[in-house]
Design a protein around this ligand. Structure first.
Ligand code: NDP
Ligand code: GDR
Length: 355
């Protein structure tokens, strides 16, 4: 008989936290999550798995906490005594990090340190394995194409600089104290649960809303940026695989396909029955409905970043060979799933509003 494992997830209310919680519960884990106090509900993504805390033998347990609060993290860690910690919590928006650089450093860089210190303070070095949500943004101004584990980092935002610290402190605690700490260097991964202000979800939501007559236009920034987009469901499995290895290590997870924001727009609108034609240049460029000529997409410089990451393309050979990890979802299937979910969500909202 295998013993039931206990996992602690920071960022449990986010996209990846929601997918990972379900995945671990299905594997028979007891899952503890750290959620922030908020003046309105922030648990929408984990509604389906929420368990009443009064239930005996609950397998999904939430704790109030914050990555900026060390004593709180130590207490939760002491109470939970986790076998595995997944540090997914972060101020994760690159553009927002230029506006809140200090907070981003506090939560994203020092947050990782606080968790690793909690492991040490509580003497859990031999028991607790640690996953750090590292990112392809570390590559920033790319030094090599495609990017793999040995590619030099060159962060281009306060977010990426904070994640750089978190990456190295995880490596350092592995080397200095023997903690089983692994970095997953994950390229962009999306889903219907993706936050509405990240570009993919902003696009699929707008394509759905425009086709339902609920929105006039979509305003975007740099539509020539290119990303390696996969499905969050596939990527969280890779996180778990990293913590099942005898040795901790660092791995890139990516699909190995790069697509522009512009192409993503075309794909999303095509799923709603609209072909897009581009006209003009620079900030005057517009995306028109090919049938009616109506302008649906416009450029708004407010979405430009002070320093941009123009293109990212990952090479996940190491994860494929050592973990047996493969992405399973094509970009086409991902876009279709996201658009479909947004169409259904907006239709449901309209029915509720009408009622
Ligand atoms: P989300 O933005 O969807 O979720 C972030 C989570 O962190 C939310 O639960 C949020 O809580 C929580 N959080 C934010 N600040 C704090 C804080 N100070 N203390 C505690 N919790 C906090 O991100 P994703 O799920 O997309 O990403 C998960 C992790 O992976 C992040 O660390 C991100 O930087 C990283 N990453 C993501 C990639 C992607 O493409 N999705 C790629 C590579 C790395 P609340 O719900 O209250 O806001
Ligand atoms: P990214 O994701 O910065 O890669 O970080 P995002 O979807 O925000 O941007 C991707 C690219 O699209 C361009 N872009 C726009 N972006 C947003 N958000 N809104 C727009 O209107 C818009 N127009 C064009 C951006 O300039 C950029 O080049 C995500 C986050 O999940 C991070 O936490 C994670 O570490 C990385 O992915 C990997």
């Amino acid at each position: 008989m295998t013993l039931q494992k206990t996992a602690l997830i920071t960022g449990v209310t986010g996209q990846d936290g929601a997918y990972l919680s379900r995945f671990l519960l299905d594997k028979g884990y007891v899952v503890h999550g750290v959620k922030r106090r908020s003046s309105s509900f922030n648990t929408g993504r984990i509604e389906g798995i929420y368990q009443d805390p009064h239930e005996e033998d609950a397998h999904f347990i939430l704790h109030y906490g914050d990555l900026t609060d060390a004593t709180n993290l130590i207490r939760i860690m002491q109470e939970v005594q986790p076998d595995e910690v997944y540090n997914l919590g972060a101020q994760s928006h690159v553009k927002v990090s230029f506006e809140t650089p200090e907070y981003t450093a506090n939560s994203d860089a020092l947050g990782a340190l606080r968790l690793l210190e909690a492991i040490r303070i509580l003497g859990l070095e031999k028991k607790t394995r640690f996953y750090q949500a590292s990112t392809s943004e570390l590559y920033g101004l790319v030094q090599e194409v495609p990017q793999k584990e040995s590619t030099p980092f060159y962060p281009r935002s306060p977010y990426a600089a904070a994640k750089l610290y978190a990456y190295w402190i995880a490596v350092n605690y592995r080397e200095a104290y023997g903690i089983h700490a692994s970095n997953g260097i994950l390229f962009n991964h999306e889903s219907p649960l993706r936050g509405e202000t990240f570009v993919t979800r902003k696009i699929t939501r707008a394509a759905a809303a425009i086709s339902l007559g609920q929105q006039e236009k979509l305003y975007l920034g740099n539509i020539d940026a290119q990303r390696d987009w996969g499905h969050a469901r596939d990527f969280i499995e890779g996180m778990w695989m990293m913590l099942q290895q005898d040795q901790a290590d660092d791995y890139v997870l990516a699909t190995g396909m790069m697509t522009s924001v512009r192409r993503f727009v075309e794909m999303a609108f095509a799923h709603c029955g609209t072909d897009i034609e581009w006209q003009g240049e620079g900030i005057e460029e517009r995306g028109l409905c090919a049938r009616t000529g109506r302008s649906l997409i416009e450029i708004d410089p407010r979405y430009f970043r002070p320093s941009e990451v123009n293109e990212l393309l990952g090479d996940a050979s190491k994860a494929r060979q050592k973990l047996g990890w493969e992405p399973k979802t094509s970009l086409e299937a991902l876009v279709q799933e996201m658009v479909q979910a947004d169409l259904e969500g907006l239709q449901e909202y309209r029915v509720l509003e009408d009622a």
